[in-house]
Design a protein around this ligand. Structure first.
Ligand SMILES: NC(=O)c1ccc[n+]([C@@H]2O[C@H](COP(=O)([O-])OP(=O)(O)OC[C@H]3O[C@@H](n4cnc5c(N)ncnc54)[C@H](O)[C@@H]3O)[C@@H](O)[C@H]2O)c1
Ligand SMILES: O=C(O)C(=O)C[C@@H](O)[C@H](O)[C@H](O)COP(=O)(O)O
Ligand SMILES: [Zn+2]
Length: 367
């Protein structure tokens, strides 16, 4: 078992990285003993991990309720949030209840949001079961639901009381979802850590094979990188946390445009979004083409898309990007790489730059 501590100003919480969690839940004992628990999960994950989690929790004398939601990004909505609140109320849950988010980023973001607003805030624990949620979504306290007009438009900053990662969960994860997680991992490498980028180039196959040494190192490195940023800028008030949004300005537009219908997973949209952002950086002459090709090759090896949806028009991108949360005074801001391992925020981004990055991305990288 390994631990990364997120040391925030007011309090700290652990990210525990382990395997075989569901056969040995001693780790939960100190966290939830004597409490009431509401497990929030979905109808795919419940079949795999809910019974075993409940059995172990009940052994500790914990009162366990559950809500099983439909699976999919389109259910990360206000309507589903209302269902979680209803389940808490109808089962008489009070402020001593702990919400457990058992699932990927959709469940984590939604359950975290519910915990943050229910009776003005109750504790919650993240048990992330996808690669993407283990390296990113479960850490740092961004909770949200989507709106048809924009991704994650309604939400809170609300930290979990702990994050418990079981690497074994990845054994049941579909390959497409694994690749989606790799997109956020490659994102960290591009914006923060060129050595990690080189390591990913050398170890990608080991990751796909779920080799314990490689996957546990990779998850730990991402948890450390994200934890450092969150500690430096918990509420995204200075320019540190914004860097984690690299690729997301274009990516979120793709997700909203496709109506969160699953045709584009978050990680896939971020992958195409990173390439469009890199294209902007090349147009601005702040990033070199040789490194852009290295990124493109790694994304392709990770089985990720490098171009957005064929039918999505430049105007569609602009429509959603104009609503991005990073914009200030209706001026767009973009996170752009300046070298492999370093990114910066650029303000006053013009519509022309966005349009030409979308227009030129295919021709720049179709070789
Ligand atoms: N809060 C944050 O900081 C943050 C960071 C990154 C992404 N996100 C959000 O996370 C969401 C994406 O998360 P995701 O990629 O985990 O997607 P997801 O939650 O939709 O899970 C992906 C799919 O895998 C299934 N699944 C989950 N665990 C499984 C397992 N162990 N075995 C088999 N199937 C499993 C799910 O049921 C789902 O069908 C997006 O909404 C994104 O906006 C949030
Ligand atoms: O934690 C963050 O901060 C991030 O930006 C991580 C992103 O990977 C994640 O997708 C996040 O939900 C995006 O946040 P948003 O503020 O752009 O909705
Ligand atoms: Zn993301």
């Amino acid at each position: 078992m390994e631990k990364v501590i997120v040391r925030l100003k007011k309090y700290s919480y652990p990210i525990i990285i382990t395997s075989g969690l569901f056969n040995n839940l001693e780790v939960f004992k100190s966290l939830v003993c004597g409490d009431q628990v509401m497990i929030v999960t979905n109808d795919c994950i419940s079949k795999l991990y809910l019974d075993i989690l409940k059995t172990q929790l009940i052994k500790f004398g914990v009162k366990v309720d559950q809500i099983i939601l439909p699976d999919g990004e389109k259910y990360k909505s206000l309507e589903t949030l209302e269902r979680v609140i209803y389940a808490l109320l109808i089962n008489n849950h009070g402020r001593d209840t702990v919400v457990i988010a058992l699932g990927g980023g959709v469940i984590g973001d939604l359950a975290g949001f519910a915990a943050s607003v229910y009776q003005r805030g109750i504790r919650f624990i993240q048990i992330p079961t996808t690669l993407l949620s283990q390296v990113d979504a479960s850490i740092g306290g961004k909770t949200a639901v989507n709106h048809v007009l924009g991704k994650n438009m309604i939400g809170t900053f609300y930290q979990p009381s702990s994050v418990i990662i079981d690497i074994d969960c990845l054994k049941t994860l579909p390959e497409r979802e694994f690749s989606a997680g790799l997109a956020e991992i490659i994102k960290y490498a591009i914006i923060f850590d060129s050595c990690f980028f080189n390591w990913l180039e050398d170890n990608l196959e080991e990751l796909f094979l779920l080799k314990y040494k490689a996957i546990s190192y990779c998850i730990r490195r991402c948890c450390e990188l994200k934890s450092d940023v969150v500690v430096a800028d918990e509420y995204e008030r200075n320019d540190k946390r914004v860097l984690l949004n690299f690729g997301h300005t274009y990516g979120h537009a793709i997700e909203a445009y496709t109506g969160y219908d699953g045709s584009w997973l978050h990680g896939e949209a971020v992958s195409a979004g990173m390439m469009m952002a890199i294209c902007s950086a090349i147009i601005l002459k702040i990033f070199n083409k040789k490194d852009a090709v290295k990124v493109k090759k790694l994304l392709l090896r990770a089985r990720l898309p490098i171009f957005g949806p064929k039918n999505m028009d430049k105007k569609d991108y602009l429509f959603y990007m104009m609503k991005d949360k990073k914009n200030i005074s209706n001026k767009m801001r973009l996170v752009l790489p300046v070298s492999l391992g370093e990114a910066k925020i650029f303000s006053d981004i013009t519509d022309d730059l966005i349009l030409s990055s979308i227009q030129n991305c295919r021709s720049l990288f179709l070789f």
